[in-house]
Design a binder for this molecule. Sequence first.
Ligand code: SAM
Length: 238
Amino acid sequence: MTIDEEPRCILCNGPSTDDNPLLELRGWIRTVLEQDGMAHYPCMARMANNAAFSKGDIPWDISQPHPALVSLVETKRIVPGRVFEPGPGLGHDVVYLASNGFKVTALDISKKAVSMLRKRVEKLGLDVDLIVGNVLRDSPTEGEFDYIFERSVLQTLPPTQRANYILRLAEMLKPTGEYIGIIRGPRIPMPESQPYAFTRYMIEQLLSTQFRNIEITRVPSGFNNSQSEYFLVIACRR
Ligand SMILES: C[S@@+](CC[C@H](N)C(=O)[O-])C[C@H]1O[C@@H](n2cnc3c(N)ncnc32)[C@H](O)[C@@H]1O
């Protein structure tokens, strides 16, 4: 095969490399981008999410902070401290945490999502650090955070990206820090593209490399009239 025949990312035209391989566009990403072919994971995540936020086609949005997060704050299971939230989207959880005394840093791969959230926090006069970036590469300073809070971000990551994601999150926490995630539970059949779904066993396997004392509890989905299974996962950094 000559150089010219090497497969290229259909979104950036770059080559496949060991640390940034080409993956097939599938599921939600393929539908949003209305394209077939191979692309780098960061290219597809950036472009699909920008398109979704620009069109206002945001199927995961529940228009409010997740009830399980509200309950953790109201019961003082978590208390004000530094929180890192990857993939905040429209930022209902960011706004809730910042309004309740937490110092929040949030990072999203979608420039559009960050610009919408920036306007929202400025209007509310909240002090939040917002970053446009890829959580797999552009994480803020290591070892600084009391909590990581994430909702529905793991479900967007292809299997090959997940171990690195969990490692990056663990590295950002203080030694005493905790991971808190709202994670999409199992579906029948289990999806092979975004949004992915997770059994308790899959969550334990994935997190146990970096975390201990993993508690997994079933929680409401947060969507009106939906009984679909979601888990609240809390774990301590190893
Ligand atoms: C399913 S949405 C969830 C949004 C929000 N947490 C919520 O529950 O409404 C996933 C979010 O993660 C962002 N995202 C996806 N991949 C990312 C990555 N590699 N780095 C940072 N953000 C990412 C998307 O732009 C999107 O805002």
